[in-house]
Ligand binder design. Structure first.
Ligand code: PMP
Length: 361
């Protein structure tokens, strides 16, 4: 096999090698089909089976109840920032947004175009290092929905438990931690996630929506922006990202072979713990997120100076540890360690961190 480096990119991100190998093997001709999956009709029996496989794979992994529909859309999680309020933010109510980082802020920006937004809490003051406690939330019992970002990819801040929202539907942007752990789907009205971290390539957006909420959607939306279009047409109203859904299906099979989300979660916890332990071992490294909100997907930390951070990132790249530079908006270092990121890569990083501190500390 061609040598692969350790890819700490926040997304698109590392995919399981067995998935890439299978896709490579079948790229020219799917067994029994004689064509690439990219060359077949989205209305063919072959693709219908792939789509059904992806859906049942997700249903099994996430234990999605029968009264939820699964959609494979396009436009990224970014389009969901608009679709959610267009479909559910009615004129007579406002929506509660809990803002724990940069992506939550972007969701608010789009929701404001559609209607009235109540910021139920924002953690901006502390530099987005934690999630709010119960007593810090000003939730409106009459809100159309409550929106949160389960894992803020840029800041590395993750919710560990859902806040209770009573009868108000909870909506989550789970782009960067979907499939990283089991979640109680029944606590949510809608979950959305771009595929390009834990599920596959970019260009597919997963939406899991509770069926009864579809009745709240106003008539008159543009066809493609109305969730009902995609529910009624089983994600085949227009041409979906067939290749992306094919890979997503393979990733689900891989996740099942890993023992499902409980096993995957345990491995993710262990990988993250090793990096956080290295951060905590000295004063040279400083974790960004508060300990009880530390992400197991995106580990963010600072060094004593920006010059050292630059040096760290470039020497790491030279050592085969790629993608560690923090997001341009916050700086610092970010190690994204999604499901498919190998534990050997975590060991390589922690060793590199100790060595770097020894020569620069
Ligand atoms: N939400 C979160 C939490 C993200 O991490 C990202 C992308 N990194 C987005 C939304 C935007 O996703 P997309 O690029 O698929 O529109």
């Amino acid at each position: 096999m061609t040598e692969r480096i350790f890819n700490f990119s926040a997304g698109p991100a590392v995919l399981p090698v067995p998935v890439l190998e299978e896709a490579q093997r079948d790229l020219l001709s799917l067994p029994g089909v004689g064509m690439s999956v990219m060359e077949i009709s989205h209305r063919s029996k072959t693709f219908a089976d792939i789509l059904a496989g992806a859906e049942s794979g997700l249903r099994e992994l996430l234990n999605i109840p029968d009264n939820y529909r699964i959609l494979f859309l396009q436009g990224g999680a970014s389009l969901q920032f608009s679709m959610v309020p267009m479909n559910f933010l009615s004129a007579d109510r406002s929506a509660d947004y809990i803002v724990t980082g940069s992506w939550g802020k972007k969701a608010v920006k789009e929701a404001r175009r559609a209607g009235s937004v109540n910021i139920a809490a924002t953690m901006a003051d502390g530099g987005f290092t934690r999630v709010p406690g119960r007593d810090e939330l000003s939730l409106d019992a009459n809100a159309a929905y409550v929106h949160l970002t389960s894992n803020e990819t840029i800041e590395g801040v993750q919710w560990k438990h859902e806040p209770s929202t009573g009868d108000v539907p909870l909506i989550s942007d789970a782009s960067s931690d979907i499939l990283s752990r089991a979640i109680p789907v029944e606590k949510y009205g809608l979950i959305y996630a771009g595929a390009q971290k834990n599920m596959g390539p970019s260009g597919v957006t997963l939406v899991i929506v509770r069926e009864d909420l579809l009745q709240r959607i106003p008539d008159g939306l543009h066809t493609m922006l109305d969730y009902r279009t995609h529910v009624e047409n089983n994600s085949l109203y227009n041409t979906p990202n067939t290749w992306g859904i094919y890979i997503l299906n393979l990733v689900c099979e891989w996740a099942r072979e890993q023992g499902g989300l409980a096993s995957i979660h345990q491995r993710n916890e262990e990988k993250a713990r090793r990096i956080y332990d290295t951060i905590d071992a000295t004063d040279f490294y400083r974790g960004h997120a508060a300990p009880d909100a530390r992400s197991i997907m995106n580990v963010t930390f600072r060094l004593p100076s920006e010059d050292l951070e630059k040096k760290f990132a470039s020497e790491a790249t030279a050592a085969g540890l790629d993608g560690l530079k923090g997001h341009r908006s916050v700086g610092g270092i970010r190690a994204s360690i999604y499901n498919a990121f190998p534990p050997e890569g975590v060991d390589a990083l922690t060793q590199f961190m100790r060595d770097f501190e020894r020569t620069n500390g």
